[in-house]
Every structure is written in C-alpha cells, then in structure tokens.
Write a protein of this length. Structure first.
Length: 370
C-alpha cells in the first residue's frame, strides 16, 4: 500500500481483501464518469457561494456568513479535486497517479469530510448560544471576526492532522483504493481495524453527529421550558435542516463505504461516494435559505436576467433611467436610510425647541388639561 488493489478474479474472499478488490476496468470507468459530473456540479455550486459572500462586503462582515464560507470551502475542495482525479482516471482508462496520487486523494477526502462535519458542530454551538440568550431574555452577541477565524482554524487544523495520518508510515490505518474506486483509509488487518473503529471513524463522524444532536436537544428543551414556542419551532427548523445533511448524507456515506465495505458489492460503495458529493450540492440549497444570501442572489438574478436586463438590452441607456431601483445596491440603500433617519431626528429636535411659558395651576385646571 497505499495503492495496492486486487484483480476482479482474485480468489481471496476475506473482508479485508474484498475491500481492495477492484471491478473490471469498464465498470470503474463508468463509475468515475458519473462522479465527474456530480462532483463537478457540487464543486461549482459551493465555489459560487464562496465568491458571492466574499465579494459582497455586507455579506462577508456577518459572523454566520463566515461560517457558511468555512462550510462551503471543504466541500468545494473535495468535490473539485475529485472531479479532476476521476476525469484523469476516466481518460486514462484505469487508475492514474500510483501511490502519490493515492496519498493526495486520501488527504483531500478526509480533510473535506472532517472539516465539513465539524463546522456543523461549531454552528450548532452558536445556535445553542442564541437559544440560551432567548430563554434568559438576553441579547445574543455574535462572535467577533477573530473568534470566528479561531473556530475555523481549529477545525481545519484538526482536519489536516486527521487527513495526514493515513499517509504516515507508523500509522496502522493506511490509504488504499476502496474497491478500486477512490483512495480512502481502509482496514487491512486487526490493528488497522481497531484504529479505524476506536479512533478514526468516531473522530471524523460519530463524535460530531452526537454533539450536534446534543446541542439540538438542549436548545429545544431550553426554549420549551420557557414556553417560547415560536422560537422553539424556528430553532427546530434550523437544526432539522442541519440534521438532514448529517443524518441523510454523511452518515449513509460512512455506512456504505466503511461499514459495508468488503461485504456489499462495489456499486454500494460507489453509491456512498456519490452521496458524499450530493451532500455538497444539498448544502448549497441550505445556504441560500439564509435571508441575506437569498436576497443577494435574487438581486443578481434580476440585474442580469430579469426584466430590467431585457429593457437595457432593448432600450439602451434610457431603460436604466426608467427603473431607478437598478441603480441602487445594498450599500447605497443603507446610506439613504441613514440620511433620512438623521433628518428625522434633526427635525424632531427643532420642533421640540419651543418657548417655555409659565401657567398658574388655576388656569391649567380651568383649561381642562387635568
């Protein structure tokens, strides 16, 4: 190992041998070909979210949008590199890259898995803090940019360490092409099996899923105890979407790739890998549910493909004058609102500057104001 697969007609039938037994070349090329399209779409979608948030100041300055970028980046890296890798294999007609390519793939796969899953834990923790503030009638203060970057750096550093371990000579769990499809940490003997199920899978998948579940349960119970039904329902929807990505995407991936690996046919392992890429696209659909991101996407769509764009193409510069809303971006609109607010306050203060008059109590009562 790292790249040490067995031919389809191998006589070895034990689970460890079957985990590295590849199907025939035509089947592998077909599997890789489908992955090229699915992973490519997922990578481009996540790249679009990253560019959108980074390019808009009013989006990137918000703490939770920084978390969105930190979630989208591992999915983008994982799916984009997998697209290149699978396309190279497909064009070559067989595995291309040897041991070096296998080590590179296992690093970006494990990093993508781990960073994406653990960033969900960080966000779940922040939502729990919001619930705690709501239940205690306190104002929630979002984390500072420095704090957010600390969270991201911690998660990414842990993901890098976990990704490098299978490439080290002394680590029992090694990288190999799981049933010839993609290089992953897979079992090969008793020590590697113990490390896989006692350390690697819990650190990468089981622990973060349990933590997200813990924060969800604590937050939901906290708000229900305060009889804050409206906030509890809203919080439930946020966590439900997060759990959908974890329970119906990452958990099945681990189940089909590692639990059933070497037991089920190669097609089952391929479905597990496919789900991991679909997860990236589904996550993008969750990101656009955020109000500010959805609003910005709607604005970009209207500006480039809406009725205003059509009028601009047909009527030239005159169409730009007909629709003044297209000349405003969010930053300009905020400036207009601030100016109007300042004018209203100034006018109110001027109205209050009236000459004070002294009136006797008898006249005051007689006037009927009491």
């Amino acid at each position: 190992m790292p790249y040490d697969t067995l031919p389809p007609d191998t006589l070895l039938t034990d689970r460890w041998s079957r985990m590295r037994t590849r199907p025939d070349a035509d089947a592998l090329v077909a599997y890789w070909g489908v992955w090229v399209w699915i992973a490519g779409i997922s990578g481009l979608a996540n790249l679009g979210i990253i560019l959108l948030v980074v390019s808009k100041k009013h989006l990137r300055k918000k703490a939770f949008n920084k978390y969105v970028v930190s979630l989208a980046f591992p999915d983008c890296l994982f799916s984009s590199l997998c697209t290149v890798t699978c396309l190279t294999h497909q064009l070559n007609g067989e595995w291309y890259g040897g041991d070096l390519g296998c080590n590179i793939q296992v690093m970006y796969v494990v990093f993508g898995f781990t960073a994406s899953i653990w960033m969900n834990v960080i966000i779940a923790r922040q939502i729990y803090c919001m619930a705690l503030c709501a239940a205690s009638m306190q104002e929630y203060v979002p984390p500072t940019s420095k704090r957010v970057l600390t969270h991201i750096f911690t998660v990414y550093s842990f993901a890098v360490v976990l990704a490098v371990l299978p490439t080290l000579p002394f680590f029992p769990l090694k990288a190999n092409a799981a049933q010839g499809l993609a290089c992953l940490p897979i079992e090969s003997d008793v020590p590697s099996t113990v490390v896989m199920w006692a350390f690697f899978i819990p650190a990468m998948l089981i622990a973060p899923v349990l933590l997200v579940g813990f924060y969800f349960w604590r937050s939901y119970r906290l708000l229900l105890q305060k009889q804050n039904i409206k906030e509890a329902r809203s919080l439930f929807h946020v966590f439900a979407r997060m759990f959908a990505a974890l329970l119906f995407m990452w958990v099945p991936t681990g189940l089909l790739v590692w639990v059933l690996g070497g037991i089920a046919p190669t097609s089952v392992t391929w479905v597990g890998g496919t789900i991991s890429h679909i997860q990236g696209a589904v996550s993008v659909l969750l990101y656009v549910q955020k109000d500010d991101i959805r609003s910005e996407l709607r604005t970009l769509w209207q500006r480039n493909f809406g009725a205003g764009a059509a009028r601009s193409a047909n009527g030239g510069e005159a169409s730009k004058v007909d629709d003044p809303q297209e000349s405003f971006d969010v930053a300009e609109l905020e400036k207009v609102v601030d100016n109007l607010r300042m004018q209203a306050v100034s006018q109110m203060r001027e109205t209050e500057k009236v000459e004070m008059q002294v009136v006797s109590y008898r006249d005051f009562v007689a006037h009927g104001s009491v």
